[in-house]
Design a protein. Structure first.
Length: 317
């Protein structure tokens, strides 16, 4: 067995043993062409040679992300060749690539249900940094209408209050202070947060400190902040019709559900605007949330298509 860089000739072999990785299939067919040419990334295969020909029997992708981290993803081994330390050897090669290119850490996510992968990561020296809930739905149904909380798209005047909220949030601390971008977990730094606010990606909820006599909400009114959500309208990979909540945090179950419903309302308004242009309409909503015990109860109140929990593994290299 030898390990080498992947080539385009490997694609059909790899996709053949990646067809049924999960109950819903796999995503490798959607990312192969991206991964094989992605800057700062490396796509490796494990190859065997029999009496007929050479063929790849495992893959792994690693990419350098700004946090001086080598992100590991897409570990796949042909079922006929598992339990032979193939994946472990591939991980070690990715770690070596990361060290040679200045990475100080490595990270990856694993489904909480995947006992084999969890064991492999832990044997490779990775520790659990945080736990995340994930839901996905294509049921674009209007949310409940009895929203009584005050919401607004944050602006630069809200920046310091958001910073203070996150600093005091046990949920944010337990998340590893991360957010999600294209299925990779990144540091939610103050600079990144400010950029997100300028891009109108941050939704906040709370109580108005000063209301007028008609109880109306004005964008200039200061909210007593009780929750935030960060959205991503751009999708990922080649999926441009995905609307994502890439971080969400609130101080109560009620507010968290209200935030999800408010953001679904924003997505629906967008779809109404582009009702005759299918290419601009959102077809799916995805939510990534640091795990809290009541998350599962909240998400079951939504009409979801798929839910999962992930562990974020981390290692100093």
């Amino acid at each position: 067995m030898r390990f080498r860089l992947a080539t385009n000739q490997d694609k059909d072999y790899v996709l053949n043993f990646c067809k049924n990785t999960f109950s819903w299939g796999d995503y490798i067919d959607r990312v192969w062409d991206i991964w094989i040419s992605e800057p700062n990334g490396i796509l490796l295969v494990a190859e065997i040679e029999n009496h007929i020909k050479k063929k790849p029997i495992a893959i792994i992708h690693g990419i350098l992300i700004p946090e001086k981290t080598i992100w590991i993803e897409g570990i796949r081994v042909d079922p006929k060749y598992r339990k032979q330390r193939v994946a472990t050897n591939l991980i070690n090669l990715i770690l070596e690539y990361g060290r040679k290119n200045g990475a100080m850490y490595s990270a990856a996510i694993v489904s909480i249900k995947n006992e084999a992968s969890k064991g492999m990561m832990e044997k490779s020296g990775f520790k659990i940094l945080s736990k995340w809930s994930y839901i996905s739905t294509n049921h674009m149904i209007p949310p409940i209408n009895n929203l009584t909380n005050n919401f607004k798209i944050a602006d630069s005047n809200d920046y310091q209050q958001i910073i203070n909220f996150l600093r005091n949030s046990e949920n944010f601390k337990s998340s590893g202070k991360k957010f999600v971008k294209s299925w990779r977990w990144h540091d939610l730094t103050e600079d990144r947060l400010f950029t997100m606010i300028c891009n109108k990606q941050v939704i906040i909820v709370g109580k108005n400190k000063n209301k007028n006599k008609n109880n109306n909400v004005n964008d200039d009114d200061k909210l007593q902040l009780r929750g935030i959500a960060i959205i991503d309208r751009e999708g990922y990979w080649n999926n441009q019709n995905i609307f994502q909540i890439v971080y969400i945090d609130a101080d109560s179950e009620e507010l968290l559900l209200s935030l999800v419903n408010k953001i679904l309302e924003l997505a629906l308004k967008h779809n109404e605007k582009y009702s005759n242009k299918n290419k601009n309409k959102y077809e799916r909503i995805q939510v990534f949330s640091p795990y809290r015990e009541y998350n599962s109860r909240i998400f079951t109140k939504s009409n979801i298509s798929f839910s999962e929990q992930f562990l974020l593994y981390y290692k100093k290299i």
